[in-house]
Design a protein around this ligand. Structure first.
Ligand SMILES: Cc1cc2nc3c(=O)[nH]c(=O)nc-3n(C[C@H](O)[C@H](O)[C@H](O)COP(=O)(O)OP(=O)(O)OC[C@H]3O[C@@H](n4cnc5c(N)ncnc54)[C@H](O)[C@@H]3O)c2cc1C
Ligand SMILES: NC(=O)c1ccc[n+]([C@@H]2O[C@H](COP(=O)([O-])OP(=O)(O)OC[C@H]3O[C@@H](n4cnc5c(N)ncnc54)[C@H](O)[C@@H]3O)[C@@H](O)[C@H]2O)c1
Length: 502
């Protein structure tokens, strides 16, 4: 039987749309199926809207603090409606850009829900009836990439269903700045929203179950961030485990939690549940009719649905663990010709990881040798100052008994940081003690999220500090701090007092 397509991609997020474009560029006759808006979580409910809101909120805070530069604004107000408009305009421009790119690359765009069937066949239940009145259609392909993404997880705790208990999706939909907000989870979403809403005048509390914020990152980063957020008025409780949420008779909600074995409670207008995201597997393997009564991104998507999806996947040769699809390094699942990428796959849930996996899968399918090193993942948090990390930390080196040397530069002597009166920050670079190969970097300073790219390139290409110091860095730039940390690895930073000899 002739296949309709060489490649069908299900899901149009940063994993799926990038895979489709790459596939088409490599000569594959490609279709993409998206049930909602192209751009997925990242453009519509994730990376882009949070960063737009952070940009607006930080700008507001900076204007209020303008006195530091001798600028005194008479009256500064926030029009939240306009902030939301700016956020939406940014999203819309990017979404329409993705659609234009798909079209320009000759990718067939199908609007509807894709369900994977046997023999690499896909059923599409159209979002709107086709011109001929059809509500569904069937396609087959030599290769299929599953890129269904994820949805916000909710805790199995009493009161999660109460009105005012939101996930990130619900928080974006609010039309006013909350008066007070309790955030459950001090991970990436928790700290970025804490920064946004505290800057806009909302009283923010974070309840984090683990002993530190951003638990996977360098200890120094977590400690500094906690201090900075507290200085900005955020109330932070680590080692705090949520017990239940109930309605406050005075209005709003009460979160009951345990901290250091003591029962505590906090009242707020809204509660944000930011405790991770679940894979969107049910939507790919079950016919939409089988869970039509349930909003897909809802906690009501029961274990029953997930088990049914896992069974269907298993029958097709695809294995899943807790709803995540298992693949090899190229994204190939256990079923021949079927690949999976992005948040739906076991591993790190980030947009650039989804895109890199998409490119890798498309290259593999088209018979090319994939190039990107999927093991080196920069992780960035867009607080002020920004936080970025790639490769190993000092703690990782200690744990694995890897001999390392550390070049650390405090940005307080960096000209650009002084001009912009940045919070005290640092750049830390970790190199192998014997070979000099760069193994990791952590930064907490202005533009850290841009500067980490150089370190990812260095690690991926096994570069040493002396190779990176061959090219100069312009003055005055934040990037000079990277040069100083590299010089420190080579024997001593220029703009920092030498370390005392032991
Ligand atoms: C608040 C927030 C902030 C974030 N910030 C960042 C950040 O700054 N940087 C970063 O790297 N990551 C960030 N992320 C994570 C990032 O958004 C995800 O890792 C990324 O979107 C995953 O891409 P994906 O393509 O795998 O899935 P998604 O982006 O979730 O896209 C999946 C798409 O598939 C569609 N779909 C699902 N099932 C079907 C089906 N059966 N048929 C048709 N279509 C289907 C969905 O509608 C969706 O459009 C953030 C996430 C959130 C929630
Ligand atoms: N800047 C970025 O790159 C960015 C921004 C936002 C989101 N994201 C991605 O979105 C995904 C989801 O983000 P997230 O912040 O929801 O997940 P996360 O895994 O980063 O953080 C969840 C936090 O919730 C805590 N937690 C879990 N159960 C709890 C409980 N019962 N009580 C209190 N705390 C509890 C965890 O210890 C953890 O610190 C992440 O994978 C992340 O990579 C990335």
């Amino acid at each position: 039987m002739m296949s309709n397509f060489d490649l069908i991609v299900i899901g149009g997020g940063p994993g799926g749309y990038v895979a489709a474009i790459k596939g088409a560029q490599l000569g594959l006759n490609t279709a993409i199926i998206e049930k909602d808006r192209f751009g997925g979580t990242c453009l519509n409910r994730g990376c882009i809207p949070t960063k737009a809101m952070l940009h607006a909120a930080d700008l507001y805070r900076e204007i209020l603090e303008g006195g530091r530069f001798g600028i005194h604004a008479e009256k500064v107000t926030v029009n939240y409606g306009e902030v939301l408009d700016y956020k939406q305009e940014t999203i819309d421009k990017l979404v329409s850009g993705v659609e234009q790119l798909l079209k320009a690359n000759g990718v067939t765009m199908l609007k509807g829900t894709g369900t994977l069937l046997a023999d690499r066949q896909v059923k599409v239940t159209f979002a709107e009836p086709a011109e001929d009145g059809a509500t569904e259609s069937y396609y087959d392909a030599e290769h299929i990439i599953l890129a269904g993404g994820s949805y916000p997880a909710k805790l199995p705790v009493e009161g999660m269903e109460l009105q005012g208990v939101l996930t990130s999706d619900g928080l974006f939909a609010l039309k006013e700045i909350p008066e007070s907000l309790t955030i459950i989870g001090g991970g990436v979403i928790g700290v970025e929203f804490a920064e946004v809403f505290s800057a806009l005048g909302c009283k923010v509390t974070i309840l984090e179950a683990l002993p530190k914020l951003l638990a996977n990152l360098d200890k120094e980063i977590s400690q500094n961030l906690k201090m900075i957020l507290k200085k900005r008025g955020v109330d932070i409780h680590t080692g705090a485990s949520l017990a239940k949420i109930e309605k406050d008779p005075a209005g709003g909600l009460i979160c009951h939690y345990t901290e250091k074995d003591k029962d505590q409670s906090i009242s707020s207008q809204y509660v944000l549940c930011a405790v991770g995201r679940k894979p969107n597997a049910a939507g790919l393997f079950l016919d939409p009719e089988e869970f039509a009564d349930i909003a897909e991104n809802s906690a009501a998507l029961t274990t029953k649905h997930l088990e049914a999806a896992a069974q269907t996947a298993h029958a097709l040769g695809i294995t899943m663990e807790r709803g995540f699809i298992e693949t090899d390094i190229y994204g190939q699942t256990g079923a021949p010709g079927i690949y999976a990428i992005g948040d739906i796959v076991k591993g790190i849930q980030l947009a650039h990881v989804a895109s890199a996996q998409g490119i890798t899968a498309a290259e593999k399918i088209a018979g090319h040798t994939p190039n990107v090193d999927l093991a080196i993942v920069p992780s960035c948090i867009y607080t002020s100052p920004e936080i970025a990390s790639v490769g190993i930390t000092e703690e990782d080196a200690k744990a694995s008994a890897t001999p390392v040397k550390v070049g650390k530069y405090i940005t307080s002597a960096n000209g650009k940081s002084l001009i912009s009166k940045e919070e005290r920050g640092f750049v830390k670079i970790i190199a192998h003690a014997d070979t000099g190969e760069i193994l990791g970097a952590q930064m907490m300073c202005a533009r850290a999220t841009d500067m980490i790219g150089e370190m990812a390139t260095a690690i991926a290409n096994k570069l040493t500090p002396s190779q990176l110091l061959k090219g100069m860095r312009a003055h005055p730039t934040y990037n000079e701090a990277v040069g100083e940390a590299l010089e420190e690895l080579e024997g001593g930073a220029i703009h920092m007092a030498p370390k005392k000899k032991k």
